[in-house]
Design a binder for this molecule. Structure first.
Ligand code: NAG
Ligand code: NAG
Length: 403
């Protein structure tokens, strides 16, 4: 009955109301009732559809978040043991600061790299899991993908995608294998490392400072694309990332900036410093511990001297001298020297570096004196910097533009 009368009212409203003459048949009360019921109807309908859309949306967002959850990342120890032949000696492919790395093969044929963490982590299981999930969400083609973890008994294990062509140091610092790295390959590697670091520093949801960027932490895939490994280890291993000052200096001598070695201070600019050292290593084909006895200088001072004497092209790895882009090489040396500057604030950000590598017309500031730490003698560094007044330093550097 109600439906019937409701229908009548609606029918009247839509078909009789616009007609002024027939409209007279409808009382004011009916019109009011109609308006109210329509308003309620519209409100109900829109509320319902809004709820439906929101729920659907929420569900979609939820699904996206759930793509990576703890369960999907957890591997049984038995799986890992089967994949690595019970951590056999033959499967060992490397050793990092955090433990041994084994090559493994899952039953579906997928090749993996298994990092068995040494037991010194002070972190609880829950915290470890949370950090792994977080780091597993960082996905970029220039980062080694973390596939999962295993947490059983005393074991803390990380499972990564397997990257076939070993690491950058394996090629770069070997007199024969260095020939595999021609200039276009090296330039591609530099660009890839820059993109990976940019993602860690700025584009991912969590700002990650690598803290141990070096040639052996840059792995190479089948096409010699670089993949940064060991990122997020500080998180996974339970070291306080938010703290800008740490008592425990981790990292690799020669790649660590002076403010980190001396005061334990670190920031994204510490990674920038390491990136600069790595850049100079890639260009010269020399390790940062390289020592030039004639001038009694290490890699950074070797680079700085040649830059200032206008002989920067001397830095280039001799095996590259036949075929390279002078513009690209000079730009990379320039960026490298900007990154290793003693003054933390003057070191460029990864965004600036990535832009500079892509757009060649971007003007670069002149580099100031590098931090001659690492393998240089600290006393020399300190006395030199004290003896040059700030203003003098500026003048000197302006005059020392490369020719
Ligand atoms: C794996 O090796 C350990 C010792 O290295 C041994 O105790 C254990 O029984 C082995 N497990 C399997 C499944 O072979
Ligand atoms: C890199 O790996 C690919 C595939 O495994 C191989 O074909 C290629 O020869 C390797 N490159 C070098 C320089 O070893």
């Amino acid at each position: 009955m109600f439906l019937g009368s409701d229908y009548d009212i609606l029918y009247n409203f839509f078909f009789y109301l616009p007609n002024a003459e027939k409209g007279k048949r409808i009382s004011v009360g009916t019109i009011l009732a109609t308006a109210v019921s329509i308003a309620i109807g519209v409100l109900l309908l829109s509320t319902l559809s809004w709820c439906w859309v929101t729920r659907k949306k929420e569900k979609m967002i939820g699904d996206a978040n759930d793509i990576i959850n703890v369960e999907s990342l957890q591997f049984d120890l038995s799986t890992v043991i089967a994949a690595t032949n019970n951590f056999s000696h033959d499967n060992k492919i490397g050793q990092g600061g955090f433990g041994w790395v084994y090559k493994g093969k899952l039953s579906n044929g997928q090749e993996i790299a298994v990092k068995r963490l040494s037991k010194s982590s002070g972190q609880g299981a829950e915290e470890f899991k949370n950090e792994v999930v977080l780091v597993a969400k960082l996905q970029h083609r220039n980062l080694v993908r973390l596939l999962g973890f295993c947490l059983e008994g005393e074991e803390k294990i990380l499972i990564y995608e397997f990257v076939p062509n070993k690491s950058l140091d394996y090629f770069l610092f070997d007199s024969d294998k260095r020939a595999c790295l021609d200039w276009p390959t090296r330039y591609k590697i530099i660009g890839g490392i820059a993109r990976g670091l940019l993602y860690l520093h700025e584009d991912s949801r969590f700002k990650i400072i690598h803290r141990d960027l070096k040639a052996s932490n840059v792995l190479l895939d089948g096409d010699m694309n670089p993949k940064i490994s060991d990122f997020g280890m500080a998180r996974i291993f339970g070291m306080d990332q938010s703290q800008a000052n740490t008592n425990r200096v981790v990292g690799t001598f020669g790649y660590m900036p002076p403010e980190y070695v001396r005061q334990g201070l670190f920031s994204v600019k510490s990674d920038i410093y390491s990136f600069g050292v790595l850049l100079l290593e890639i260009i010269t084909g020399k390790k940062n511990s390289f020592y030039h006895s004639e001038y009694a200088e290490y890699l950074l001072s070797f680079a700085w001297r040649n830059w200032n004497e206008g002989t920067a092209s001397e830095l280039l790895d001799p095996i590259l001298r036949e075929f390279y882009s002078r513009e690209e090489v000079m730009r990379c040396i320039h960026i490298g020297l900007l990154c290793v500057q003693d003054n933390v604030d003057q070191r460029p950000t990864m965004a600036t570096i990535a832009r500079t590598l892509n757009i060649h017309s971007v003007a670069l500031e002149l580099p100031q004196r590098p931090a001659f730490l690492g393998y240089e003698r600290m006393e020399t560094t300190q006395s030199t910097s004290r003896s040059i007044p700030e203003s003098m330093n500026d003048v000197t550097n302006t005059e020392l533009a490369p020719r």
